[in-house]
Design a binder for this molecule. Sequence first.
Ligand SMILES: O=C(O)c1cc(=O)[nH]c(=O)n1[C@@H]1O[C@H](COP(=O)(O)O)[C@@H](O)[C@H]1O
Length: 321
Amino acid sequence: MMSESGEGVGLSFGDRLARRIQRVGNPVCVGIDPRPERLPRAILRDLPDTAEARAVACERYARGILDAVADLVPIVKFQSACFEALGPAGPAALDRAARYAAQQGVLTIFDGKRNDIGPTAEAYALAYLDSDAWRFDAMTVNPYLGSDGVTPFLKAAQRHGKGLFVLARTSNPSAAEFQELQVACVSPNDAQAMPLYQRVAQAIVAWNQPSAAASYSGYGLLGAVVGATSPAQLAQLRSQMPGVWFLVPGYGAQGGTARDVAGGFDPHGLGAIVNSSRGVGYAYEQDDASPKADWTELVRDAVLAMIADLESAGIRIARTT
Ligand SMILES: O=C(O)c1cc(=O)[nH]c(=O)n1[C@@H]1O[C@H](COP(=O)(O)O)[C@@H](O)[C@H]1O
C-alpha cells in the first residue's frame, strides 16, 4: 500500500519526498496545529460550545490551510496533540483532514512522537503504518526506548513505502538537559564519549543505511528531527548523516531563522524539510487590517514569504517536472 497522494507511487518514502520537493521547488513543511481559541473568525462565528463542534471547526481550519498551500509545498505535518486535545471527536477530525490532504497530493506526517516497548511499538506501527486505519506517509518516533522500540516502525515503514522521523536534537529550551549528556559507549574499544543525541544520530544512520543504499535519491526512509534552534548541531549532523532526511522544526515562532536552517541542507538543496506551524497557520492574526477577505490568502502569503526567506539564505532547489 502506497501513499494516496499518488506522488511517485512505487517509490520509497525518501525518493517520494525528494521528488516532491524537486517538483514544487522548496523544502517547506506546513505544520497544522489547530487551537480552537485561535481559529479564524470566519470559522469561529456561531460555533456551538461543544467538543464535537470544536473538532469540526479544527477540521475546517485544516482543510482551509490545505486548500491554501497543497499546491505550493511538498509536505504537511499534523500535530496529533492538538486534535487529541479536542476529545474523542478530535482524532476522527484528524483522520478526515489527513485523507483530504492525500487527495490534494501533498505528503503527510503524523506528529505523535510515538514509542513504547517492542510489542506495544508493534501495535503503534500497526495503527499508523501497517493498517488502513490511518493514512499518513510518515510519522514521528521517539527513540528513547532503544532499537527494539524502533524496529517495529522501521519494518512497517519498509513494508509500505512510508517514512519515520526519529527525534535526535529537538528544538525546545530543555533539549540539552538529556540530549547533550556525554555518554560513553559500552564497548571498551569505543570509549570515546559523545553527546547522547550524537549516539542517537549514529543509530539512525545505521537503521537508514539499507534503504538509503537502495534509493534513487540517496535518501532513505528514515529522517531525524533536528531543531532550527541549534544551528551548529544541525550543520554538524548534516555532515555526519548523509542519506538521512532532517525534519527541522523551530523556524519562525520558536526563533529559528533561514540562516539557522541553511546548514541542514546538502549542496543540491535537498536533505531537509523546514517546518513552520504557528508562523504560517496563524498568519491572519498578524494582519487584521488586511484588505484580503479570506484568511487562507494570508496563510498562502506567509508560505510564499517563508519560501522567499529560505531562498534569501541560499536554500534553492532546482525544479523538475
Ligand atoms: O517533531 C516535531 O515536529 C517537533 C520536534 C521538535 O523538536 N520541536 C518541535 O517544535 N516540534 C513540533 O513542531 C511544531 C512547531 O510549531 P511552531 O513552533 O508553531 O512552528 C509543533 O507541532 C511541535 O510539536
